[in-house]
Design a protein. Structure first.
Length: 428
């Protein structure tokens, strides 16, 4: 069915297969791709109605390069990305017509470099762990520049505490090596662990989650005006009008990983066990919390979990514990919203959500109103929907703005430096 131009954004999408065959917009059944803070590579799916013999003429063999340009800002030409075909589903007949339906599962070009090749390589003493990640990305994956990059404090050094004595990438894929390294890093800028390695339409990123929360780059339009997301708007072209939403409150199934526990290692020189003990309240004191009340009451209990990692430095064990904790904590309160699509958005961006109160005596929802961070974006293109280009975004926050419930643990105000009883720095 031909597209109604009144329902299409100003500039939406153009898809080309193998740089030779342009897919007509009316033949797109569904197209989407996903960017996520917790995913190292973008993924997607393309379903088309084959009325022009694309299967034969492209041809569709499972080795396609899909090039697409998308966007709606009137003063920009849109954004062009490439994504590879990973799997082609069985080609089937469309109803009673002679046309076929082709569905291709898509992956980021860096996916194969990340996961299929294995390498063996070592780095010299004094090399920062973040520089190892940069070297892997440049020479094994093909990433030359980063959109966001934060250096680590930790180095290869067997003479000073707080470092790793050696690192040899022994028949590992680049993704295996990066994931091992990022758990043991703390940011040079933030002094906190909790790294994320991900790829977006803006470029690759290697940075701490804390760095993203400290960022003051709240979403703005092309004229520098701060954008505000609203549930009600009389302007149907407003790309910050929330078309649909869903709230995922904290889940107590996560308590096993959040209450606290022990990270266990072994000091081979002194032949002794290393035990880093942590709990909920201790971990949260170091992070930027966007509000006055944490997502749970004080659930601290360091007897819940015992993990044996085998590392030989207490600071590295602390980094691993904080890394696992903060990545789990930040997924506990999620708001999933659908808005009109725009290419300026990306994971890690802060957004301002105007959440009005249901209480007639109050203007704003005291818990949910305020700043949230975009964890993931699903760019969604479907002719049967209006508008044609939509974005489904998962927003996360680190605290309630405030709450009438007195059981929540209050957040720390100001930039304080908090240390645990062993003198290990947990805060800023």
């Amino acid at each position: 069915m031909p597209l109604d131009n009144s329902e299409i954004n100003e500039k939406v999408i153009q898809i080309t297969i193998n740089d030779s065959m342009v897919i007509d917009g009316s033949d797109i059944v569904e197209f989407y791709f996903v960017e996520d803070l917790y995913l190292p590579a973008m993924i997607g799916s393309l379903t088309i109605r084959d009325r022009k013999g694309v299967v034969e003429l492209a041809p569709i063999t499972g080795n396609e390069i899909i090039t697409f340009t998308y966007g709606e800002d009137k003063d920009k030409e849109g954004k062009t990305l490439q994504i590879f075909s990973h799997t082609v589903s069985p080609v089937s007949q469309l109803g009673q017509s002679k046309d076929a339906v082709v569905e291709m599962l898509l992956v980021d070009p860096i996916f194969f470099s990340l996961t299929t090749k294995k390498y063996s390589k070592g780095w010299s003493s004094g090399t920062r762990l973040s520089d190892i990640v940069k070297d892997i990305c440049k020479n094994m994956i093909g990433i030359k520049k980063f959109f966001k990059f934060e250096e680590s404090n930790e180095k290869i050094d067997d003479t000073k505490a707080g470092n790793i004595p050696a690192f040899v990438m022994q028949n590992w894929t680049p993704l295996e090596a990066i994931r091992w390294l990022m758990k043991r890093c703390s940011g040079k800028e933030t002094k906190l662990p909790g790294y994320a390695f991900y790829n977006t339409s803006k470029g690759a990123c290697f940075t701490t989650l804390e760095n993203l929360f400290r960022s003051e780059s709240v979403e703005k339009d092309i004229y520098g005006v701060r954008k505000t997301y609203k549930f009600i708007s009389s302007d149907d072209t407003d790309d910050c009008k929330i078309l649909s939403w869903e709230l995922l409150p904290p889940d107590k199934q996560a308590l096993v990983g959040l209450k606290g526990g022990h990270k266990m290692g072994f000091d081979f020189m002194n032949k002794s066990v290393i035990d880093f003990t942590y709990d909920y309240s201790k971990m949260l004191k170091g992070f930027t919390l966007l509000g006055g009340a944490t997502l749970f009451p004080d659930i601290s209990d360091d007897t819940v979990k015992y993990d044996y990692d085998g590392d030989c430095d207490e600071k590295i064990l602390k980094n691993i514990a904080v890394h696992d904790f903060i990545r789990r904590y930040l997924t506990q309160l999620q708001c999933i919203i659908t808005v009109r699509g725009n290419e300026r958005r990306y994971p890690g961006m802060m957004v301002d959500l105007l959440w009005e109160s249901s209480n007639p005596d109050e203007i704003l929802n005291r818990e949910l109103n305020g700043l949230w961070m975009i964890k993931s974006i699903t760019h969604y293109f479907k002719p049967s929907t209006s508008p044609f280009y939509q974005q489904k975004m998962t927003l996360v926050t680190s605290a309630y703005t405030s709450s009438k419930y007195k059981g929540y643990m209050k957040t720390q105000t100001g930039k304080q430096r908090i240390s645990d009883k062993k003198g290990l720095e947990i805060g800023r």
